[in-house]
Ligand binder design. Structure first.
Ligand SMILES: Cc1cc2nc3c(=O)[nH]c(=O)nc-3n(C[C@H](O)[C@H](O)[C@H](O)COP(=O)(O)O)c2cc1C
Length: 378
């Protein structure tokens, strides 16, 4: 199969993965309206073509939270990454390091923090959910500090998990789920051997290390369900601010007032995100919410954005709409599932090339030159 885009990687991931995993990645909540809006709205953003401006030198690098990045891109946290490819968190983190960008490890990763950081020379970012078990939160933050994690990404749009109907149909959950998953794995022998057998242990690495006993994937939904904390409010985040001295980013902002509250709280960054359309279906796409949030807080806090980005062109669109840095979710996961670390590196090469073309033809020599003037509004 010839692969020339994130769309091709999605197709490749679909044929490689057992359906319960592909649909877990690919799906959104309820009718998946927000999931669709994320990419449809982004596609309607027209860039302004400019010509004859000597574009022989293009600089795609940025600095964020004191870290130099070769591209204005970071990898978003994605739970169970080690189920999509053998020890997937390690492979994705090595690909990000090779391209000079940050990898963000999810709280609910398969590999524990230490397994990944021990293989890296570059510090990674770590994502934390607000959980009832504050002992776990403290434990994992201490381990993140000891492992040299540079930036904490605090996800706040999951006080309760969104319902994802595809999971019931695919065998991720629902009747006879375990048996259906075994049958699916048997029909995907490449995945069954490389990930199912060679990628063990299939644990929630960070949680098992804390509990001192394996937390199996079957426990995943139950553990999360019991542990999300709908009572959380800004005041509860203060102890984290005191505990974590490094940069702190609040992920899951879609509203202007919430963005201002994050600035007042002292956040170093926000991620404009609807969790890739996996939480509240019907909310605005990130592309629609971003300019309105940038109007309120641009310059006061670093603005990161994810949800719907499927090309380097989309990254340029998001930067023109007011973001300082883009984050990739599904697109790098499809590439990881299809080709492991090499797939993620290839995908990032593609994004780099697509960004260079878009910047050459919008007359932007560097990332700072991408702004509202790069957009065509007629
Ligand atoms: C399979 C899957 C698992 C995810 N797990 C997490 C997670 O553990 N923590 C988190 O903050 N966000 C999680 N997200 C959301 C992503 O970080 C990101 O916001 C989203 O994927 C961006 O949208 P995109 O996939 O359209 O790029 C997950 C997304 C997917 C697809």
């Amino acid at each position: 199969m010839i692969i020339s885009s994130a769309t091709d990687y999605r197709k490749a991931a679909k044929s490689k993965l057992p359906p319960f995993l592909f649909h877990y990645i690919d799906g959104g909540s309820y009718n998946e309206q927000t999931l669709r809006r994320n990419s449809e709205d982004l596609a309607t953003i027209a860039l302004k073509q400019r010509v004859l401006k000597n574009m022989s030198e293009i600089d795609l690098s940025i600095e964020i939270f004191g870290e130099p990045l070769n591209l204005p891109i970071a990898l978003s946290p994605v739970g169970l990454t080690g189920m999509y490819s053998k020890r997937g968190e390690v492979q994705a983190a090595l690909a990000a390091q090779q391209k000079g960008i940050p990898f963000t490890m999810s709280t609910v990763s398969v590999c524990p923090i230490e397994e990944v950081t021990s293989k890296l020379e570059r510090p990674m970012w770590f994502q934390l959910y607000v959980l009832k078990d504050r002992g776990f939160m403290k434990n994992v933050l201490e381990r993140a500090k000891e492992s040299g994690v540079s930036t904490l990404v605090f996800t706040v749009d999951m006080p309760i998990p969104g319902a994802r109907y595809r999971d019931l149909h695919s065998g991720m959950s629902g009747p006879n789920a375990a048996m259906r998953r075994v049958f699916q794995a048997m029909r995907h022998p490449d995945w069954a051997f490389n990930v199912g057998v060679m990628g063990k242990p299939h644990d929630l690495g960070n949680i098992s290390t804390y509990r001192g006993k394996p937390t199996k994937l079957e426990d995943y939904i139950g553990w999360l369900g019991e542990n999300f904390d709908p009572s959380i409010c800004w005041k509860d985040l203060e102890w984290i601010r005191d505990f974590w001295q490094g940069p702190m980013v609040i992920k899951g902002i879609l509203d202007q007032q919430d963005a201002k509250d994050a600035v007042n709280f002292g956040a170093d960054g926000i991620v404009v995100s609807n969790h890739g359309g996996r939480q509240l279906d019907g909310v605005l796409s990130s592309a629609k919410a971003l300019p309105y949030i940038a109007d309120a807080v641009k310059g006061d806090v670093k603005i990161l954005v994810d949800s719907g980005i499927r090309s380097g062109l989309d990254v340029v669109r998001m930067l023109a709409l007011g973001a300082d840095c883009a984050m990739l979710g599904r697109s790098y996961i499809y590439a990881l599932a299809a080709q492991g670390r090499t797939g993620v590196e290839n995908l990032l090469d593609l994004y780099e090339q697509e960004m260079s073309v878009a910047m050459t033809l919008t007359g932007a020599n560097n990332i700072n030159q991408l702004n509202h003037d790069s957009l065509m509004r007629i």
